[in-house]
Each structure stands twice: as structure tokens, then as C-alpha cells.
Design a protein around this ligand. Structure first.
Ligand SMILES: Nc1nc2c(ncn2[C@@H]2O[C@H](COP(=O)(O)OP(=O)(O)OP(=O)(O)O)[C@@H](O)[C@H]2O)c(=O)[nH]1
Ligand SMILES: [Mg+2]
Length: 302
């Protein structure tokens, strides 16, 4: 059989809709999405198999100038995912006037665009928030740069033009074997998605610097016969003063997060679970090499 397969890496500034687009292309809610920037912190792999085509999507953290060690690690995930790419998607937020130039002038992006001979796609996302004139103007501007093989305005949220993008990807996949079984969606373990879902609920339920100061660890994940799975997780914060904020008055805040997280985990795993949440302080974990490693930010091992 003439199969086609390849890696499609999705990059862009924070919050432009990378994870929304990957999920939409996959038809599954795999990567977590929130209205806050810096939601994605690792490379998230999603597999799409249709007929003779297998696409391995890599969703990446948003590109920014690293201010602390965690952000340097995020940049390494992005660079690595770019190196793996057969096709590169650069997403630009159409509703943010500055985003086109800032993205194209970003050092990393311009290096990639001028570099390796791979297919390069510009996605102008969030067109549901713009007028037709604005969209036409931005599309022409991107086309005039002549670095992209394809420029597509779309709305990942409203599912507009996503099929056109998918078609282009399928047509431009190199010949190759299927790397994964047809029904496999990802290569990450269930506990990764469980921790991500909890982090999504933390992002959604706390304000200001709290989401950015938190990390999730899964301390226990037990499948039990004839009983619900048992999951014990910790919300890690950076300072003692953040602990009572996570817990809330009479424990209400953490209870709410726990409920939302459990419901979303059950939906994802399609089975019932018992979820227990703790809070731990790990001083300045975002700048601590060993702690980052223990939280799984070890790029060398993939
Ligand atoms: N209006 C509109 N909003 C969108 C669209 N696509 C994504 N969003 C919203 O933009 C926000 C960010 O979406 P994400 O998919 O998390 O963005 P991201 O690029 O993965 O963000 P990071 O992982 O933080 O870099 C969410 O609130 C989405 O619902 C779109 O096409 N239209
Ligand atoms: Mg994301």
C-alpha cells in the first residue's frame, strides 16, 4: 500500500490557538486550552490516521523570550519539535494586529522560515473576530513574503477552513510507513493527560500569577478492580503565601478545582475516578534545574 506519513509541527506566539487547532484537526480534545497564555508547557503529540495517511502533530508551547529556566526548557521543546517537522505550521493571531510582524520577525521563526527545506504553512487564526477586508489584507501580506507554501485564514474555534488545511497537509505528506497503529491517538501516558487536565482547571480557576506559579504532580495512580481508579495529585506552588489561595476559604477553592478536574478526567478516560488533591510548596521551582527535571522537563530524554 502506498502510505504517506510525517510530522507536522505547530508553532506560534502564546495564546494564538495552537492547541485549539491541533485538537480540531484531530477531532479530539487532547491538548489543554485556556484563555491564558503559556498554557502548553510541553510538546504534545497527537496522531491522525485517515486511510493511507498518518499525520503526527506536535503542539508546542508559545514562543517567548525566556525569563526563567522553565521558559528556557519550553523553548527547547519548540526547537526540538521544529527539527522533527516534515511540515511546519506557523500560527498567527489575526485578531492581534501586532502578531503578524512580531511572529515573522521573531528570531527563531525567521531562522526556521529561511532554513530547512520543508513545507511551510502560515495559518491566520481567529478570523471570526475580523472583517473580510482585514483578512484579505493580512493574507496578501503573508503571501507576498514568499516564504510560505500555503497561507490559510481560518478559525480553529469556529471550525472554519480547517478542512482546507487538512487537505493541504495530506497532499504534502511525504511517502512513508505508518508509525503507529490506526487507532492510536497519542504516545503520552494517561497520567500526563490527567496532570494536564488538573493544570487546566487551575489555570481557569485562579488569577494573576497563580497559574504560572503552579505545577501538577501525579503522586499515585492506581487502577483498582471493581472500584474506581484512585488518583492522588499535588498542586505545587512557589511560595508559602500561595498555599492558602489555592485552598481557599474553608477549602472551597480546591474543592471546586477538584470537582471540575475529576469530571474532565472521567470524560477523557471514559471511566470513573476518585481524585485526591494536595498542595505543596517548592520554593522557586521554575528556576530550579532539579525540580524541573523531577516534574518531567527533561528535554534530552524526549
Ligand atoms: N475567537 C477565537 N478564539 C480562538 C480561536 N482559536 C483559539 N481561540 C481561543 O484562544 C485562546 C487560546 O487558545 P489555545 O489553543 O490555548 O492557544 P495556544 O496557542 O495553544 O496557547 P499557549 O499554549 O498558551 O501558547 C482560547 O481561549 C481559545 O478558545 C479562534 O479561531 N477564534
Ligand atoms: Mg497551547
Amino acid at each position: 500500500m502506498n502510505t504517506k506519513s510525517g510530522y507536522v509541527t505547530i508553532i506560534g506566539k502564546p495564546n494564538v490557538g495552537k492547541s485549539t487547532l491541533m485538537n480540531e484537526l484531530l477531532g479530539e480534545r487532547l491538548s489543554i486550552i485556556t484563555s491564558k497564555p503559556q498554557t502548553t508547557r510541553k510538546r504534545v503529540l497527537g496522531i491522525l490516521t485517515e486511510g493511507n495517511h498518518q499525520v503526527i502533530f506536535l503542539d508546542t508551547p508559545g514562543i517567548l523570550d525566556p525569563a526563567y529556566l522553565l521558559q528556557e526548557k519550553l523553548l527547547e521543546y519548540i526547537e526540538r519539535s521544529i527539527n522533527d517537522a516534515d511540515i511546519l505550521i506557523v500560527i498567527i493571531d489575526m485578531s492581534d494586529n501586532k502578531d503578524i510582524n512580531e511572529t515573522l520577525e521573531d528570531e527563531l521563526v525567521s531562522r526556521v522560515l529561511q532554513g530547512r527545506d520543508i513545507r511551510k504553512i502560515a495559518v491566520l487564526n481567529k478570523i471570526d473576530l475580523s472583517t473580510k477586508d482585514e483578512i484579505d489584507k493580512s493574507t496578501s501580506l503573508l503571501e507576498s513574503r514568499e516564504v510560505f507554501d500555503f497561507v490559510v485564514p481560518l478559525s480553529a474555534l469556529k471550525k472554519f477552513n480547517v478542512a482546507t488545511l487538512k487537505q493541504f497537509i495530506f497532499e504534502n505528506l511525504p511517502p512513508g510507513p505508518k508509525y503507529y497503529p490506526d487507532d492510536q491517538l497519542t504516545d503520552e501516558p494517561e497520567r500526563f493527560f490527567v496532570s494536564e487536565i488538573i493544570r487546566e482547571k487551575v489555570f481557569e480557576n485562579y488569577k494573576e500569577e497563580i497559574p504560572f506559579s503552579t505545577e501538577i504532580t501525579i503522586d499515585e495512580f492506581k487502577e483498582r478492580e471493581n472500584r474506581k481508579d484512585f488518583i492522588s495529585a499535588s498542586i505545587i506552588v512557589e511560595r508559602d503565601s500561595q498555599k492558602p489561595i489555592i485552598i481557599g476559604k474553608k477549602g472551597e477553592a480546591i474543592k471546586k478545582v477538584g470537582k471540575y478536574a475529576r469530571e474532565a478526567i472521567e470524560k477523557f478516560l471514559q471511566r470513573e475516578v476518585f481524585l485526591e488533591l494536595h498542595v505543596k510548596v517548592r520554593s522557586k521551582w521554575r528556576s530550579n534545574e532539579n525540580l524541573l527535571k523531577s516534574f518531567g522537563y527533561n528535554i534530552d530524554e524526549g
